[in-house]
Design a protein around this ligand. Structure first.
Ligand code: MG
Length: 385
């Protein structure tokens, strides 16, 4: 059996990954699982999969888990160091990084440094550390297996093609729950409405990011680093049905698309069985039932977050670190009902304005700038700027 380390096993991608592991019975042995603070679910997973290692982010929870799992042979590690240790386990055949947020970069780097294959669902790794990650990948002549549905689609479309053959990458976006809401209505939307994504079943943070289109903006930056394309060759098209997960137009004007039902278990399975294909866990797409697919341009005035992400990506260096950190703080502020929905991009923009870009930040600088940006965004949020 191949050995899997799954970082972020209690989240949306984590639990769906374990569903696919169950479905592919006998192929994967789970050797490491991690949770932020959901130790009830982590305990349940530990009893089912019997991994050698668990990581939680808080000491008191680690002690509690040790007590509960006293009858199990398992090493319980703590925090970021624990995540890095698991990511770098020499016996791992695949490390799936399904962590949420900037915290995911260090474990991605640890996995790549150890020469481990990475299945990446943590988009922040590339958004804040894309240049560093590509350096490690180039050194090892390695590549990442993307799990984000759009990038997994692009990865599938592009395999066997040289990047010089790409005319344009077309990232599709559902448009989120407020696609058809008039712009003036956005400032009054509730947390519950913003969390109600029309097509995908996702975690809290990414649901809000989908509603602001920041998620698509982060994905533009992700695509830039994964497929090494300039930003003017990465276009976003709103496709409310979420059936086409992304497209590539090649220089001969041929366009290729990847289609399927909106089910994250499909790209997860693609990564778990790569380079083979196996009978899938997902449902087949019924084109006749669907009838038609629609497309429109994104409204950048209504959803300024997308433009901010392009601006950060184009500027390069540390500005995307600030974009991401300020967004995490602003989204938290919205979820805690401290600010209206429309303040999310405003806080991000203001924090970006306060930053002086560092051209090629190293790992420590990235996290310093991340911390700085969080502090500044908090101050912007409470009205200091
Ligand atoms: Mg996506």
């Amino acid at each position: 059996m191949k050995k899997l380390v799954l970082l972020g096993s209690t989240g949306s991608i984590g639990t769906q990954t374990l569903e696919v592991v169950d479905f592919l019975a006998g192929e994967w042995e789970v050797i490491g699982l991690t949770a932020n603070k959901n130790i009830d679910l982590l305990e349940e997973q530990a009893r089912k999969y019997r991994p050698s290692y668990l990581v939680v982010m808080y000491e008191s929870l680690a002690r509690e888990l040790e007590y509960r799992l006293a009858d199990q042979r398992v090493n319980i590690l703590l925090g970021l160091e624990g995540l890095e240790y698991l990511a770098g386990l020499p016996e791992a055949d695949l490390v799936i990084n399904a962590l949420v947020g900037a915290v995911g970069l260090r474990p991605t780097v640890a996995a790549l440094k150890a020469g481990n294959k990475v299945g990446l669902a943590n988009k922040e790794s590339l958004v804040i550390g894309g240049e560093l990650i590509n350096k490690y990948l180039e050194e090892n002549d390695d590549f990442i297996l993307p799990i984000d549905s759009e990038h997994n689609a692009l990865f599938q479309i592009l395999s066997g093609h040289h990047r010089d053959e790409i005319k344009e990458i077309i990232l599709t976006a559902s448009g989120g729950p407020f696609l058809n809401l008039p712009r003036e209505g956005l400032k009054d939307v509730s947390v519950e409405e913003a969390l109600n994504h029309p097509n995908w079943n996702m975690g809290c943070r990414i649901s809000i990011d989908s509603a602001t289109l920041m998620n698509k903006g982060l994905e533009v930056i992700e695509a830039h680093w994964l497929f090494k394309q300039p930003y003017d060759k990465i276009r976003v098209v709103i496709h409310p049905e979420s059936i086409i997960h992304s497209m590539v137009e090649f220089i001969d004007k041929s366009i290729m698309a990847e289609l399927g039902v909106a089910d994250m278990r499909i790209p997860i399975q693609h990564v778990l069985t790569y380079p083979e294909r196996k009978w899938g866990i997902g449902k087949s797409l019924n084109l006749l039932e669907l009838g038609k697919l629609t497309f429109r341009a994104p409204d950048l005035e209504k959803f300024p977050a997308l433009g901010l992400a392009y601006a950060a990506g184009r500027e390069g260096g540390s500005l995307s670190v600030v974009l991401n950190a300020a967004n995490e703080i602003a989204v938290e502020g919205f979820l805690n009902k401290k600010i209206p929905f429309t303040d999310i991009p405003r806080i991000v923009e203001k924090t970006m304005d306060l930053h002086e870009t560092v051209a090629h930040p190293d790992l420590d600088e990235i996290y310093e700038i991340d911390k700085w940006a969080r502090r500044m965004a908090e101050e912007v949020l409470v009205g200091c700027f």
